[in-house]
Design a protein around this ligand. Structure first.
Ligand SMILES: [Zn+2]
Length: 441
């Protein structure tokens, strides 16, 4: 181990030893969390075990002296651009817990999302995805790496500090939210509730790298209008009352999408040292009513990503949305039918990207703590999105992802995390807390 990264004090040595001695504790904690069904939802889906999981975490944190706040955010209805329409949190409470420091130190946010992607196709798993199982040194189960294992490591670190009687100077702010896998509405609700700290760690499966930046995204719907008519009957021009095929009009939209995609790949302001250039593609298409009828409508959904550098001063991606709508709209306007029957757009839920500077102390903190437990990592980016962006962007809390396991094992059949990673991560978080918040006495 490089001496510069070795544990820097007898206390740190004790912490690492104490975490290692309690491997069974952190594994059991992760297994308990996996046992709660917290499958990510669409608006309207009934709640599952989210409240029971949060009660469990609340009890664990209160047992080490934290003041825990568990609440169901109010539904926002329609019109909040950061929340899907008609989303409510009934049965899906969010958890924020504060472990008050003695004073004089910096506060650190420890964040994790409690939702996990669907277990389906469940019959193809080697073991029950909701009953954690260890095979060959890896812990298997839905959420093992994304990211119940990471949450377990964070809670276990706080518990270990308490067990050893270590008193921090700064506060620990623990936050467990829902809805990371769907929209970011959970962390958004937490930020609106007042969750803040001087900096933050989010326990995504980075494999001890630090994800300091991510791309944002939005999934607009485009509605294309046609005019129905009999497909086996010759049709006059639409101006003479003929039918119009909405699905074929989509061909024009597709051409425009592909032009934007090609342009975006090489745009200078889309080049980023850790992130791929953004993409734009059709992900859902629906159209037509009957096998011998001209389709009267075609509805498509796009997946559009955007770079941290394209976030507007108001903290939204509006300029990107305007560009997409204008460029596709201009192509459509060259068609006489679409010029008179313009595309109709809907722009749901803006998922805003963020980045933390390489030289921000939270980056060095995470990398240093990883190195000190023998897990050196590097600065990287996440081409998808993580809650860290929400805290960075909207809570004035520069937050990076740093956690156990590999993103390659996330969202897959037989999701897993190495037990070694859980132990090392718990030790790294304990060190990070001591180094960041400071120790009293
Ligand atoms: Zn995740």
């Amino acid at each position: 181990m490089d001496d510069r990264n070795a544990p820097s004090s007898a206390l740190e040595e004790r912490l690492i030893a104490a975490v290692s001695e309690d491997e069974a504790g952190v594994v059991q904690l992760a297994a308990d969390l996996i046992g709660f069904d917290t499958t990510a939802r669409n608006p309207g889906d009934p709640a599952r075990d989210e409240a029971r999981l949060q009660d469990y975490l609340k009890a664990r944190l209160e047992a080490v002296g934290a003041a825990a706040d568990l609440w169901e955010p109010e539904p926002t209805g329609r019109g909040d651009r950061f929340v899907p329409d008609d989303l409510d949190f009934k049965g899906r409470p969010q958890l924020a817990a504060r472990l008050g420091g003695a004073g004089g130190g910096r506060s650190l946010l420890l964040n994790g999302h409690v939702d996990a992607v669907s277990c389906e196709p469940r019959e193809r798993w080697t073991s029950d995805p909701l009953r954690a199982e260890i095979r060959g040194g890896d812990l298997y189960g839905r959420g093992a790496c994304d990211m119940k294992g990471g949450i377990a490591g964070m809670v276990h670190a706080v518990e270990t500090l308490h067990r050893l009687g270590v008193r921090l100077a700064g506060d620990v702010v623990f936050c467990a939210n829902s809805d990371e896998e769907s929209s970011g509405a959970g962390s958004y609700a937490c930020v609106k509730h007042g969750v803040r700290a001087d900096a933050g760690l989010c326990a995504e499966p980075t494999g001890f790298d630090v994800w300091a930046s991510c791309r944002g995204g939005v999934n607009p719907h485009i509605f294309i209008e046609g005019r129905p008519g009999h497909s086996e009957v010759p049709q006059p021009h639409w101006l003479a009352g003929g039918a119009v095929n909405a699905v074929e009009k989509y061909g024009l939209v597709l051409d425009a999408i592909q032009t934007i995609r090609d342009d975006w790949r090489t745009r200078p302001d889309h080049q980023h040292r850790y992130l791929a250039p953004p993409d734009i593609l059709t992900t859902v298409i629906r159209g037509g009513e009957w096998m011998v009828t001209y389709p009267s409508s075609c509805e498509i959904t796009l997946s559009v990503q955007y770079m941290p550098g394209r976030v507007d001063a108001d903290g939204t991606g509006q300029a990107v949305f305007d560009e997409v709508e204008a460029r596709i709209g201009a192509v459509a306007a060259g068609d006489s039918w679409l010029a008179e029957h313009p595309l109709r757009w809907e722009w749901p839920c803006d998922i805003v990207p963020a980045e933390v500077a390489d030289d921000h102390p939270i980056v060095a903190l995470a990398l240093g703590a990883g190195s000190a437990v023998g897990r050196p990592g590097k600065i990287a980016g996440l081409d998808s999105w993580h809650d860290a962006a929400m805290f960075t962007q909207r809570a004035g809390t520069p937050t990076v992802s740093f956690g156990p396991g590999s993103i390659g094992k996330a969202h897959v059949i037989d999701e897993s995390v190495p037990v070694r990673d859980l132990v090392d991560f718990s030790a790294a978080v304990a060190l990070a807390l001591v180094r960041w918040c400071g120790v009293v006495g």
